[in-house]
Write a protein that binds this ligand. Structure first.
Ligand SMILES: Cc1cc2nc3c(=O)[nH]c(=O)nc-3n(C[C@H](O)[C@H](O)[C@H](O)COP(=O)(O)OP(=O)(O)OC[C@H]3O[C@@H](n4cnc5c(N)ncnc54)[C@H](O)[C@@H]3O)c2cc1C
Length: 453
């Protein structure tokens, strides 16, 4: 195979196309397998609720790769091998799906789609829970726990991507509330016949729980969030277009960008969720930020604060904490050197997550830190609102792999003799955590056995 270095396609170097290409070697470090958080094992759903975005926003969407020079058309065509419609066709379900009005798939079906796509890709799945991330000798050291014995293993990687929303516990975790994971595992778990339930949070996690409760629960349900109403996004053309092609995004002011995200992504219910919830008089909304809570007479009492108004103190039989973890949850896993590197990159600031968000570059990596640290879940503010969710996964992988940052691309360039996954290996990057320098077989074996790679 000829060794063609296509400098015009930095980050991803294709060799002797179309027989194969060299790309980053990718490994996914994950305790439960591909798509886990869309199934019961992930603790964020029981698999029955439906996706709120269209499944056609799939692994390759928007199929508009243009950073690969003459290979762009081929990349787009090959990505279609991993499309949602290709998945349905492979199962003989495409016509039924179209004829029934293109319904949103259940979460478990979406997980099935991701697994189907992953089965066709060449990457390594390292089973384990990451419990430590450190920079050692210019590389990322990933410490994982695997197996019931909790054996530790270490991987050494040239680049690291963090995905996911972090731990299950929200901001209110404690004895007086039920975590999202507990809710999906145990249900309401109370002896009260028709318990009053409060779901604290205004985002997709809360929406999914409320929708589910409507079908399973006869008592009253109250959504609690700081906003004056439960907002829903419009999902009109102009909103959607900003997600699919965020070229205009960086022209917007900071205030406008945060405004768009607040109206269309964070803390809003999907139109489908709103439509089904508002048909039920047992669901109401109360405005407020929960500032304290306690168990009183077998119920949970919440103190709800609203600026300029007296506090309110409602009680509920069950309170579900759907507030979500801190967006920078992963810093808790960082060792001293990695932590210092992040603080150096963001500068002396008290702006917390916002400071991190402002430093996310076009390649979705944190600027100013080496080795490369990819943070797509924090890229919404600086690079485009679709990078923090399922709205533009194809664009996400293009940005990461087709980086136009020459310096970063050089640092990320695959080694000679690396494995050759083919263009297939470009898909599914939202699932993937660790890049390059990963000896697949050794890594998997070491993680399972508890050794070093
Ligand atoms: C109920 C619900 C419904 C949603 N519906 C939509 C929707 O319809 N459309 C949309 O765009 N977005 C939706 N979202 C947001 C959605 O989570 C993201 O868009 C998308 O799934 C994020 O992908 P991800 O790969 O970053 O995270 P996830 O899909 O959450 O994957 C993170 C993975 O990391 C693993 N993990 C966690 N901690 C560790 C660790 N320490 N070590 C190793 N592995 C670890 C988990 O097991 C998990 O598999 C929804 C979220 C929820 C909670």
């Amino acid at each position: 195979m000829a060794d063609l270095d296509l400098a015009e396609a930095p980050g991803v170097i294709f060799l002797d196309h179309p027989a194969g290409c060299r790309v980053h070697r990718v490994g996914l470090v994950e305790p439960h397998g591909v798509g886990a958080n869309w199934t019961a094992v992930g603790g964020r759903t029981n698999g029955r609720p439906r996706l709120s975005t269209s499944p056609e926003k799939d692994l390759g969407f928007p199929y508009a790769s243009d950073g690969y020079g003459p290979l762009a058309t081929e990349v787009n065509a090959r990505m279609q091998q991993f499309s949602w419609t290709r998945y349905l066709v492979s199962r003989g379900e495409y016509a039924t799906w179209v004829d029934s009005g293109r319904p949103s798939p259940r979460h478990s079906t979406w997980a099935g789609y991701l697994r189907w796509a992953a089965d066709q890709m060449d990457f390594s799945l390292v089973r384990g829970l990451v419990c430590g991330l450190e920079i050692v000798g210019g590389r990322w050291e990933v410490t994982g726990e695997a197996g019931v014995a909790g054996d530790e293993a270490r991987l050494y990687l040239d680049q690291l991507m963090i995905s996911g929303p972090g731990p299950h516990d929200g901001l209110l975790s404690g004895d007086a509330t039920r975590s999202v994971e507990e809710f999906w595992r145990l249900g309401l778990d109370t002896e009260v016949a028709e318990p009053s339930v409060a779901v604290v949070g205004g985002g997709e996690t809360a929406a999914t729980i409320v929708e589910y409760l409507m079908h399973q629960h006869a008592g009253p349900t109250t959504v609690i969030s700081p906003q004056p109403v439960v907002y829903s996004r419009g999902e009109g053309y102009f909103e959607n277009a900003l997600y699919s092609s965020p070229e205009r995004w960086r022209e917007l002011s900071e205030k406008d960008r945060r405004d768009v995200i607040a109206r269309t992504d964070r803390g809003v219910f999907s139109p489908r969720a709103i439509e089904s919830i508002t048909t039920d008089a047992r669901v109401e909304h109360r405005q407020g930020t929960v500032v304290s809570l306690a168990r009183v007479d077998g119920q949970t009492e919440l103190v709800l604060s609203n600026p300029g108004r007296p506090d309110r103190v409602p009680r509920f039989d069950v309170v579900i904490d759907a507030t979500g973890a801190r967006p920078d949850w992963f810093l808790d896993l960082f060792g001293t050197v990695a932590r210092k590197a992040v603080y150096r990159a963001v500068g002396d600031t008290t702006d917390g997550v916002r400071a991190l968000e402002r430093r996310i570059g076009e390649d979705l990596a944190l600027d100013g830190i080496s080795p490369r640290l990819l943070l797509p879940t924090l890229a919404g503010y600086e690079q485009g609102p679709g990078f923090a969710n399922l709205s533009s996964l194809g664009l996400l992988s293009d940005r990461v792999l087709g980086s136009t940052h020459r310096g970063k691309a050089d640092a990320a360039a695959p080694r000679r003799g690396a494995s050759v996954p083919g263009p297939a290996g470009r898909a599914g990057r939202r699932e993937m955590a660790a890049f390059d320098g990963l000896d697949h077989a050794a890594a998997s074996a070491a993680m399972l056995r508890g050794g070093e790679v």
